[in-house]
Design a protein around this ligand. Structure first.
Ligand SMILES: Cc1ncc(COP(=O)(O)O)c(C=O)c1O
Length: 422
């Protein structure tokens, strides 16, 4: 795969050196051949690939450091605990959280959001209250709130979006009032690629005293996140979308909320003392971390954070912007192709329809060419419904993709059209 820097590329990209060939070598799986073709992995919104340093960190843990954390007095347990605690501090710095106890380690963004819906929702949301969510939320930021609404008699309302796939801020403004107990917004939409104006939306909600939860699943791999600058109340992300292992995620919460919230799951580690008469809970962050955590995955996440930091977010964001612009122009020029999601601020995702061909057929035929994309509703059915489509084909990018891979996608799409004689 040739490097990204060529004569045809814009000045901006040449000014930001990004040694794509070197970077691709960090990801062993990218060298695979699938069905006789070099793998073109365009499904990073579903899960990113992992660099060797992450694979090795997990491997090293099991080979050399494996023990449970926070429990033992023996050497291995101390080593494991030190590595685990240091990964939490890496996450804290990564998000620029004020305190490490504001970082709750979970199993993924889905669990993080369920934690807030149960714990914050159980305490602060009652009958007649409202939860506002954008129409483009992933199901994991809709269903937990609907379940809360069923339990409490609260109401979930959808913040409208427009034809580009942008939040209609003037409608959002009208929906804010003191009866709203939480706003949930996806930072970057996995179905449309929209980068939402989360800072503005948070400011607007805070004027009414409403806390905001940001689903950062698709943002942390693409843009620098600063929870203090955003002033969000909660921020959730998953390790596996950030080149880290599966089974680990993060919930950032402001101290004052986390202190005020009851525990979510009960069990070991989240208590100070247990008796049948009275149990007292542990301090933050442990109050929300019942049971043995995904230790190896947390350590792997720390390695992933070190890795993406070493590339630099200014360079990652600029490189990916160039890639998305190139993909939008190249793929968008294919006759009969309609891009779904044309927000002015976009990252990482190109969702599209091609003539009348079903996205699943497109995905299956692209796979024959070694091109891995996703086809379906992307766990964002309300967004699909808004655009009047049941499904799209989605190519999603990461910093390890290249223009050549986008050309491979375009060529494969032309073949799909030929097969359907279109
Ligand atoms: C925007 C968004 N939110 C939430 C999730 C759920 O993430 P996980 O399955 O890692 O919990 C995803 C996964 O695709 C996502 O894209």
């Amino acid at each position: 795969m040739k490097g990204a820097v060529s004569e045809t590329q814009p000045q901006r990209e040449r000014a930001i050196p990004f040694d794509i060939e070197r970077i691709r070598e960090d990801f062993p799986i990218l060298g695979k051949v699938i069905k006789g073709h070099p793998l073109v992995y365009l499904d990073s919104a579903a899960t990113t690939q992992r660099p060797t340093v992450v694979i090795e960190a997990v491997d090293r843990f099991y080979r050399e450091q494996n023990a449970n954390v926070h429990r033992g007095v023996h050497h291995l347990s101390e080593v494991a605990t030190r590595e685990f605690d240091s990964a939490r501090v890496k996450v804290q710095r990564f998000l620029n959280a004020a305190e490490s106890h504001e970082i709750i380690l979970t199993h993924g963004v889905t669990e993080s959001i369920n934690l807030v819906a149960h714990s914050y929702g159980g305490k602060f949301v009652g009958a007649g209250d409202e939860i506002l969510l954008t129409t483009m939320e992933h199901h994991s930021n809709i269903v937990p709130w609907q379940m809360l609404a069923e339990r409490t008699g609260a109401r979930v309302r959808a913040i409208p979006i427009d034809e580009r796939g942008e939040v209609r801020l003037e409608e959002y403004e009208k929906m804010l009032h003191p009866g709203v107990k939480l706003v949930g917004v996806v930072h970057i939409s996995n179905a449309l690629g929209t980068i939402n104006p989360v800072r503005t939306m948070i400011e607007m909600a805070h004027r009414h005293g409403i806390p905001v939860l940001v689903d950062g699943a698709q943002a942390t791999p693409h843009v620098k996140v600063d929870v203090q600058a955003l002033d969000c109340d909660f921020y959730a992300f998953s390790g596996h979308k950030l080149c880290g292992p599966t089974g680990v995620g993060v919930l950032y919460g402001k101290t004052r909320w986390l202190e005020a919230m009851p525990p979510f799951l009960g069990g070991g580690d989240m208590i100070l003392s247990v008796s049948f008469e009275k149990t007292t809970y542990n301090a933050l962050p442990y109050k929300f971390e019942a049971g043995t955590p995904p230790i190896a995955s947390v350590i792997g996440l720390g390695a992933a954070i070190d890795y993406v930091n070493s590339l630099g977010f200014d360079r990652i964001t600029a490189y990916e912007k160039d890639l998305l612009d190139y993909a939008t122009a190249t793929i968008g020029a294919i006759p009969g192709l309609r891009i779904i999601g044309t927000a002015r601020e976009k990252a990482g995702v190109l969702s599209f329809l091609l003539d009348e061909i079903h996205p699943h057929d497109i995905g299956t035929l692209l796979d024959q060419e070694g091109v891995a994309v996703r086809a379906g509703h992307h766990c964002a059915q309300p967004a699909m419904k808004f655009f009047g489509v049941p499904a799209t084909t989605r190519a999603s990018f990461a910093f390890y993709n290249t223009r050549e891979e986008i050309d491979a996608l375009a060529n494969a799409l032309h073949k799909v059209k030929q097969i359907f004689s279109l």
